[in-house]
Design a protein around this ligand. Structure first.
Ligand SMILES: [Fe+2]
Ligand SMILES: [Fe+2]
Length: 348
C-alpha cells in the first residue's frame, strides 16, 4: 500500500512526456502500403521483404513500428482496432510472419539445446550460460571503455535511454502466464523498476535525469526520427517478439534472465568509459551505477524463481526458457557487432 503523500510526489520536474517519443497520428508510409494489400498480395510482399538483400533492416524497422502499437504511447497512432478488425488482423499477420523469420532465421541459435528433464538441470545450465555466452564480454564494451570519444558516448547514451525507456512495461508484459515463484520474482522486479513505489526511484526517472543533465530532451526526438541506426532496436525487438506473442512468457523469462545478467559486466565498462572521459555528473551515471548493484540480484532471483517453481514445469516450458535465453544472446551479439562496426566507422 502507498502512503497518500507519496502519490504523484517527485523532487524532479515531470513536464516532459515519457517515453521521449515523437507523436504519430498514422502508420508510416511503408506500413500503410502493406496494410493496403489484400491477404494474397500481402503474403507475397512479406516473402519479398524476407528475401531482400537488406532484409535484416526491413524486418527490424517494421517490427519496431508494430511493437509501439502494443504499448499505446503517443508514437502509436490512436486507431480503434475494434472498429477496424481487418487492420489489426493484418498487423498481427505481418508481425508473426516477420517474427518467425527474425527469430528462426536471423537469430538462429548457434548454442545447442542441452539435454534436460528437470528445472534443476535448467537452473544449472542457465546459471552457467548467462555468465559465459559470447555477449557477456563482447568487444563492443571494451571499445566503450577504452576508445569511444565523448561525442560517441553521448550518442551511445541516447541509444541506452531508448533501449531501456520502457523496461518497466516490458517486465509487466512478462507477468501473465507465470505462476508461483516465477511470478513472484518478476512482480518483484517490476516493483523495483517502479522504485518500490517512489516515483523518484523509478528506473526510468534515472533516464530522465540523464536527458536533463545532457540537455537532450529535444535532441532525442530528432535523433530517434532521423539518425538512430535501425540495428539499435534488435535486442528490444527480440524481447518484444516474445513479450507480445501468446504463450511466450517463458521464453521472455529466459530472454530477460540473459540480459539482466549482462547488465553488470556491460555497465561496468560504460562507467569505465565515463571515467576515462571525465563524465562525473551523478545524474548521468545514476542509471548505470544503480543497476550495477541491482541487476546481479535480479538475474540470480530469476534463477531461484525457476528452481523453486512448483508444480514442476513441463519439459516444453523448460525448453522455452532455454530458447529464450539463447535468443537474447543471439540478438545481443548481432546488435553489439553492428554497434561496434558503426561506432568504429564514425570515430570523431
Ligand atoms: Fe532497471
Ligand atoms: Fe533489473
Amino acid at each position: 500500500m502507498l502512503k497518500q503523500e507519496t502519490i504523484g510526489h517527485s523532487r524532479f520536474p515531470h513536464e516532459q512526456y515519457w517515453p521521449p517519443v515523437n507523436a504519430a497520428n498514422e502508420f508510416s508510409l511503408t506500413l500503410n502500403e502493406l496494410l493496403a494489400l489484400n491477404m494474397g498480395e500481402l503474403t507475397d510482399k512479406l516473402q519479398e521483404i524476407i528475401s531482400a538483400t537488406h532484409n535484416e533492416e526491413l524486418v527490424n524497422k517494421y517490427l519496431a513500428e508494430i511493437y509501439s502499437l502494443y504499448y499505446g504511447y503517443k508514437d502509436a497512432p490512436r486507431i480503434d482496432f475494434w472498429e477496424k478488425p481487418e487492420i489489426f488482423s493484418r498487423i498481427e499477420f505481418i508481425k508473426l510472419t516477420l517474427e518467425d523469420f527474425f527469430i528462426n532465421t536471423l537469430l538462429k541459435s548457434r548454442y545447442e539445446l542441452p539435454e534436460i528433464s528437470s528445472a534443476a538441470q535448467v537452473g544449472d545450465y542457465l546459471r552457467f550460460f548467462v555468465e559465459h555466452n559470447y555477449g557477456v564480454s563482447h568487444a563492443f564494451f571494451d571499445f566503450v571503455a577504452d576508445e569511444m570519444s565523448e561525442q560517441q558516448m553521448k550518442e551511445f547514451l541516447l541509444l541506452e535511454v531508448i533501449r531501456n525507456e520502457i523496461v518497466d512495461d516490458e517486465v509487466a508484459l512478462m507477468v501473465p502466464g507465470l505462476q508461483y515463484s516465477m511470478k513472484q520474482v518478476v512482480v518483484s522486479n517490476l516493483w523495483d523498476e517502479c522504485g518500490n513505489g517512489a516515483i523518484d526511484n523509478f528506473h526510468t526517472n534515472w533516464l530522465r535525469r540523464l536527458l536533463t543533465a545532457h540537455d537532450e530532451w529535444s535532441n532525442i526526438l530528432t535523433y530517434r526520427a532521423e539518425q538512430k541506426p535501425w540495428f539499435a532496436s534488435i535486442s528490444s525487438n527480440s524481447f518484444n517478439a516474445v513479450l507480445t506473442t501468446r504463450f511466450k512468457c517463458h521464453r521472455a523469462y529466459g530472454h530477460f534472465m540473459t540480459t539482466e545478467a549482462w547488465v553488470a559486466p556491460h555497465f561496468k565498462k560504460i562507467l569505465q568509459g565515463m571515467d576515462r572521459l571525465g563524465i562525473t555528473d551523478q545524474n548521468v551515471r545514476v542509471y548505470f551505477d544503480a543497476h550495477m548493484r541491482i541487476d546481479p540480484h535480479h538475474a540470480e532471483e530469476m534463477i531461484e524463481g525457476l528452481l523453486k517453481n512448483t508444480p514442476e514445469l513441463a519439459q516444453v516450458v523448460l525448453y522455452d526458457i532455454i530458447k529464450g535465453a539463447h535468443q537474447a544472446a543471439m540478438a545481443g551479439e548481432m546488435m553489439y557487432d553492428k554497434l561496434l562496426e558503426y561506432f568504429r566507422g564514425n570515430g570523431h
